[in-house]
Write a protein that binds this ligand. Structure first.
Ligand code: AMP
Length: 189
């Protein structure tokens, strides 16, 4: 199964992805994690990405696409995967469609996780990552609204978008997700 998680910063994509990738035994591919690892390793990609991440801006599409394309070549992606935080622009979504159609593995479902602004903010403050300072958070919210939200329409027109209320407890949200997936593919969940 090929899945995507979309949602604003703090919606719980990372937390729910960890559970869901175990549940479905498919790898969890987080472009944020991949980029942070590249920064840590001081690789060329990491050096190019660092300032964008620290400023709460999106890393340019070509850099992210290169990371995703090579990660999808790994054998553990043969039975599907869960993309978390990617795609984040319409351009990335279209390029992803091309990558996946080349591989004969179209997306089955795009899960949008939602929560109220105050709750999102609180979760980010509690998490306290390097790019979770108040000013950078505001940037990341703005980037989400302007650049990522248009994806919702794109996937809704393809009829693969499912919105999930992410405001409850971890377990409640998990149950909403499990239900959405079992509706999509009763054999799986
Ligand atoms: P995340 O861990 O998903 O919150 O991502 C942290 C940061 O990594 C973002 O604020 C961006 O700077 C960068 N990033 C992660 N995924 C992408 C993506 N798909 N496109 C561009 N930048 C990304």
């Amino acid at each position: 199964m090929q899945l995507v998680f979309v949602g604003p910063p703090g919606a719980g994509k990372g937390t729910q992805s960890e559970w869901l990738s175990n549940f479905l035994t498919i790898p969890h591919l987080s472009t944020g994690d991949m980029l942070r690892a590249a920064v840590e390793q001081k690789s060329d990609i990491g050096k190019s990405a660092q300032d964008f991440i620290q400023g709460g801006k999106l890393v340019p599409d070509d850099i992210v696409m290169e990371l995703v394309d090579s990660r999808l070549d790994a054998e553990d992606c043969n039975n599907g995967f869960l993309l978390d935080g990617f795609p984040r622009t319409l351009e990335q979504a279209k390029m992803l469609d091309q990558l996946l159609s080349r591989r004969g593995m179209p997306l089955n479902l795009v899960l949008e996780l939602t929560a109220g602004d105050n709750q999102l903010l609180q979760r980010l403050v509690d998490r306290g990552r390097g790019d979770d300072s108040p000013k950078i958070i505001q940037n990341r919210f703005r980037v989400y609204r302007n650049q990522t939200e248009p994806l919702l329409q794109y996937y809704s027109e393809k009829d693969i978008l499912k919105s999930i209320d992410g405001s409850g407890s971890r377990e409640e949200v998990r149950e909403h997700i499990r239900l959405a997936i079992s509706r999509q593919d009763p054999g799986v969940a």
